[in-house]
Design a protein. Structure first.
Length: 72
């Protein structure tokens, strides 16, 4: 699912920030909280396997953004 924004790679000071990884399967499913540096590694591995995951700030609530729902 293409998102309407792109982010550059994070600065070194942010790589230990806590994030949440989401998967979309008819609805948004949070699957793991981790540090950004680990999330980037997981994202790259998922892409190599043909899977799609999304990384958001730890306080992200998908219910606050219904426009991200593929069914809308």
């Amino acid at each position: 699912m293409p998102l309407p924004w792109q982010n550059p790679l994070p600065l070194d000071e942010y790589i230990t920030s806590r994030v949440v990884i989401y998967y979309y399967s008819g609805r948004w499913i949070p699957i793991k909280y981790c540090r950004l540096i680990k999330a980037i590694e997981l994202y790259r591995n998922a892409k190599l396997e043909g899977r799609e995951i999304f990384i958001f700030p730890a306080d992200f609530n998908s219910d606050d953004f219904p426009e991200l729902d593929k069914n809308n």
